[in-house]
Design a protein around this ligand. Structure first.
Ligand SMILES: [Zn+2]
Length: 463
């Protein structure tokens, strides 16, 4: 009888598996979880990591990040962005298509994936731009893992919603639903009504001027009608066509209600919440204090409770970091003219810490964090079984947590090129201490050690 020598064994009395918490040993061979052994089994391994009672969870999967590469690498690039991901416990990323050029064609997608492959230190896929319905089948064949459409266009600026990412014509959008359904991939939509937004922007500028307060209020003119009418429209398109729809940036109480209803009917609808909307911009005091560095979008007081309800009751399926760095120079403008300054803020390195802090406060169990950050993103993208759970046969993507570590967050301890973040000065309790990608330790105590290009492109399973 030959005894298998494993590449790595991770011992913990607190391993979060789909079947519950386990006291045992995760045995890794050839990048995969080969076995989950009992605590007393003697198994030979080249390396053993005994973490005591520290929780071990599956690596996080971020389905919504903006690494600004290619085209805007003065803000960040794929290498730098995935280092921050690894430091935050994220082992798989799916980046968004508002790069230059946006990924609207097969050639652009291929070039994008090649560039990402040369730099990424975590596993990755790409959400291609779905604004050209005639290109969708080709993009799907070339390896897009999902399609993204913004129903929003910028007014008075050309980033972060450049041409090639936005679609405001409902007939074309309906065609996109049809094509993405045929491609067998999920459609991610940033809901927005551009004509209504124009109206509320004009009103906000007339009443409050051009600063960050005016900008924050403009999107929420008419108590969420800019967002809710769009959510109603895309849910109706989904009902009509049957496409797998992922509603991004859910943040209104009526949006929550509509998504909840669609899901109760058994339709393939999922929804995303963003950390900045749960922890930063849901408090006007943060917007006053951090100004353009907080935005993003504001979540008013009458919408905030339904957001957290949706997080706790399962209406929210996925936490997407919406990691979106810009330089300080670009943001500074927003104190006086936020309509010219870009929206978006970096988050990929801190969102797990913010969620663990809520676990420590008793807001939700750690299992719920794993569902929203690992399991359900894996199901949404079609990679469950390979990613998103501590299961035999899955990639050995693991994160060890120190739930007792207290920390005041600061950008100077982050890996961000931009040098700032919206969660600056936040008190947190709980952090990832070790990140393991396919059996290799890529982060230990904040030190990231992985070669550019060591991440692997994920090929989608369509259907
Ligand atoms: Zn985004």
């Amino acid at each position: 009888m030959t005894v298998t020598e494993y590449d790595l064994i991770v011992r913990s009395s607190n391993i979060l598996t789909p079947g519950g918490r386990v006291d045992g040993q995760i045995a890794v061979l050839d990048e995969k979880i080969a076995a989950i052994l009992g605590p007393d089994v003697q198994a030979p391994a080249r390396k053993t990591l005994d973490v005591g009672d520290k929780p071990v969870i599956p690596g996080l999967i971020d389905t919504h990040c903006h690494f600004r590469d290619p085209g805007y690498t003065h803000k960040e690039d794929f290498y730098n962005g995935t280092i921050a991901a690894a430091a935050g416990g994220v082992t798989t990323v799916f980046d968004m298509p508002n790069v230059d050029p946006p990924t609207t064609t097969v050639d652009r997608l291929k070039a994008h994936l090649e560039n990402a492959q040369s730099k990424s230190i975590v596993d990755f896929g790409h959400n291609a731009s779905g604004v050209e319905p005639e290109n969708i089948q080709g993009l799907a064949d070339a390896g897009a893992t999902a399609f993204k459409v913004w129903m929003m266009q910028d007014i008075g600026r050309d980033y972060p919603h450049p041409p090639g990412t936005s679609l405001t014509n409902h007939a074309v959008l309906y065609r996109v639903f049809e094509e993405v359904k045929e491609a067998g991939l999920p459609l991610y939509i940033h809901p927005h009504d551009q004509a209504l937004y124009d109206l509320f922007v004009r009103r906000a500028q007339a009443e409050w001027g051009m600063d960050f307060r005016s900008y924050a209020r403009a999107l929420r003119g008419g108590d969420g009608v800019v967002l809710n009418t769009a959510i109603a429209t895309i849910l109706e398109f989904q009902r009509s066509v049957g496409t797998k729809l992922h509603v991004l940036h859910l943040s209104t109480r009526d949006g929550v209600r509509m998504v909840r209803d669609a899901k109760a009917q058994g339709r393939p609808v999922t929804a995303e919440a963003n950390p900045f909307a749960l922890f930063v911009t849901n408090d006007w005091a943060n917007i006053e204090k951090k100004g353009p560095y907080a935005l993003g979008f504001w979540v008013p007081e009458n919408d905030n409770p339904s957001m957290w309800e949706a997080v706790l009751d399962g209406t929210i399926d996925v936490i997407g970091s919406d990691h979106g760095p810009h330089t300080k120079e670009e943001k500074e403008v927003g104190w006086t003219d936020m309509y010219t300054a870009p929206g978006g803020s970096p988050m990929i390195e801190q969102y797990l810490r913010l969620l663990l802090t809520e676990v420590n406060k008793g807001t939700m169990p750690l299992e719920r964090v794993v569902e929203m950050c690992s399991t359900q993103p894996a199901q949404l993208t079609g990679f469950y079984g390979q990613k998103g759970a501590i299961l035999v046969g899955a990639d050995a993507d693991l994160v060890v947590l120190d739930m007792d570590h207290e920390e005041v967050l600061t950008a100077s301890h982050s890996h961000y090129r931009c040098g700032w973040m919206p969660s600056e000065d936040f008190n947190t309790k709980g952090r990832p201490v070790t990140t393991i990608l396919r059996g290799r330790v890529i982060m230990q105590d904040g030190n990231v050690t992985a070669e550019a290009g060591s991440g692997r492109l994920l090929r989608p399973h369509r259907g």
